[in-house]
Design a binder for this molecule. Sequence first.
Ligand SMILES: [Zn+2]
Length: 478
Amino acid sequence: MGITIYNTLSREKEDFIPLNPPFVGMYVCGPTVYGDSHLGHARSYTVFDVLYRHLKWSGYKVRYVQNITDVGHLTGDTDDGSDKIAKQAVLERKEPVEIAYKYEVSYFDDMKKLNILNPDISCRATGHIIEMIEHIQALIEKGYAYVTDQNNIYFEVRKFKDYGKLSGRVLEETKSGERINIAGDKRNSEDFALWKAADNSHLMKWNSPWGVGYPGWHIECSVMSKKYIGETLDIHGGGIDNVFPHHECEIAQSEALTGKPFIRYFIHNNMLTVNGTKMGKSLGNFIILKDLFKEIEPMVLRFYILQSHYRSVLDFSKDSMNAAKVGFDRMRNSIFSLYKKTKDRKSEGTFRDVDEIFSQFIQAMDDDFNTPIAISVIYELLKLSNTELNKTDSDINKLTYISEKITIMTDDILGIQFNTIEAGVKNHEDQLISFLIEMRKQYRAEKNFKMSDTIRDSLKEMGITLKDGAAETAYTID
Ligand SMILES: [Zn+2]
């Protein structure tokens, strides 16, 4: 049995058959880099990281392309508002390119903490303006796009008969629903911008055959996916909020030009809510990863995300996060005991009961990447491991075999690392801080306040704050 994937295009689970096996071309819409990454990013990119890992583990040669949106994404998400990056640049008194690079670095930094592998190609929209102009020019020549008297260029949606095949929206609905946002020079309300003319005050603009302007948001993904993968992609991923208008528009732009199917499997992760409501800056429940990582280990967040299936809504709350931490620690303790026992060993032969559990794990992953089931199977294998560990004559070869399978399941496929962190044992940094706290305690007992204050102040300078309690001294790290 091979891999099955729920395809948003057909709304069904389908057998996964890439265009040119064993090669797989996978494109996932990347972040718009105008602020630090939030919980929604963590979910989406963890999901696609696991997909990427599982496909690779299954023997596919995957090229994973992810874009960086550094121009064209407007605050209104359609064709209205100002550019998100340019707006942030004004706020921070920086150049747009400084903003884009700052938050791109910040994004990859957060993704690394979550043990998310880098894509094979990370490409920036601003590096592909020439290709975008070529693509738009070809759409105009084919009659799918038009230039207005204001030098804006729109895709004429009515000319593309398959519009709506992904989102299920029919044109009339779109028309009435989006009427409020009609730009003055569009022929029809549903038409979307491929290129917009820029006035002098605009911070990011390029020369084009239609004068100075900047690209619309959707065009970059059609152009960069074609450049780095081809006219037909095996997998295109993104958050469910990208289905409309972004992915619907991508299909129109790409298929109108090539006449070929743009995507074989469209995969969308469901949304993330916070305490039952949509997360939003204006709602006051917006969670930035850098803030969250001060409270929880990134690996616990990854574990938490994967406990839900990617097509379910994930509702984040402190309580459910703490419950996940308990489960994570239980798993970590069991795995640590196993690794301690089997360190530096290699197994010989196979064990049928272990293989059976392992194949259940693979089956769960093959079945539309069912990570919650896969995680429950790991618990099953750990039960077997604990039973073996508790025997007086435990079979070290079997334990080694189990530990090798656990490494594949956790490190390789789910990307959850347990073996680097020793359960119940503090890391070196914690040990050093504890040692300094102990020294400070002694100085204080000797009434050597000069030394005890030096320790406290030096730690403070390093971002480590000591808090003296009644019984002991606790600390926080910024
Ligand atoms: Zn995209």
